[in-house]
Ligand binder design. Structure first.
Ligand code: G3P
Ligand code: CA
Length: 256
């Protein structure tokens, strides 16, 4: 597979599966990741968290209750106990028995088929440095660096990733309400790309990004109206819960 940096340089537009194909299968499960990859998503976005015993798992919320039959904080629960939970039934009974996957399991599914966008949620204040170090070390051990990017709303995390390994790609997610231009946000933390909500797109922001050659991606694009808006502004990547539908629509809407 071409390294991500070359893919981004040569691909005018691509689709990122949000928490896997999370409109079609329970978010951040292997079912959602496989659906995304099988459906041709160029990149799969996942959220990473650490369990109490510091196992890296793919999970969005800080608490277990919304997307599993468990409760309490994931950071206060052992991997053994997280693994017993059903992460699929909340979405549909046909997904009963889906588990919270490990980072390694997700990488096994995605490797050589799609790029990975790893979102790092702001970790617990005391643990940040060690947690980010653990994630970066794991990515290096997996040999995943050239085929993935880190994204975060927590810009200290982005800066720290770059501090640990200058070769890793990073995306600064704009904190809603931050009115700075993409070039200012990226320069402040050494990020390679800029992400924001589709509602935050503006002519000024896109002109700034173009002038400074900063790739821009937006979340979350789940319908044709949003896709049209993203394409009109000229964003390079859209993050979608329905990556296959949006990719097919983009062929009609965006590449005319
Ligand atoms: O990639 C950005 C997007 O995933 C951020 O929002 O809540 O889905 O993690 P959220
Ligand atoms: Ca995310």
């Amino acid at each position: 597979m071409t390294p991500l940096v070359d893919f981004v340089r040569t691909t005018p537009f691509f689709v990122v599966a949000h928490r896997g194909a999370s409109g079609d299968a329970p978010e951040n499960t292997l079912a959602a990741i496989r659906t995304a990859v099988d459906g041709g998503a160029n990149m799969v976005e996942i959220d990473l968290q650490l369990t109490l015993d510091r196992k890296l798992v793919v999970f969005h919320d800080h608490v277990l209750g919304r997307t599993t039959n468990g409760h309490g904080k994931i950071a206060a629960t052992s991997f053994h106990d997280v693994r017993k939970l059903d992460a699929g039934s909340w979405f549909a009974s046909s997904f009963a028995g889906e588990r919270v996957p490990t980072f390694a399991e997700v990488v096994d599914v995605v490797r050589n088929r799609a790029y990975v966008l790893v979102e790092l949620k702001p970790f617990d204040a005391q643990a940040t440095v060690d947690d980010v170090r653990a994630v970066v070390t794991t990515v290096q051990e997996f040999g995943l660096g050239p085929y993935m990017a880190f994204a975060s709303f927590d810009h200290r995390t982005i800066a720290f990733v770059k501090h640990l390994d200058q070769t890793l790609h990073t995306v600064a997610l704009n904190v809603p309400g931050d009115l700075r231009q993409p070039s200012e946000v990226c320069a402040a933390v050494g990020a390679d790309a800029y992400g924001c909500s589709i509602h935050e797109l503006s002519r000024d922001r896109m002109a700034d990004a173009r002038r400074n050659r900063i790739p821009v991606g937006v979340y979350t694009v789940n319908d044709e109206a949003s896709l049209r808006r993203a394409c009109t502004y000229g964003v390079q990547a859209v993050v979608s819960n329905f990556p296959t539908v949006i990719r097919d629509a983009a062929l009609r809407i965006c590449q005319q």
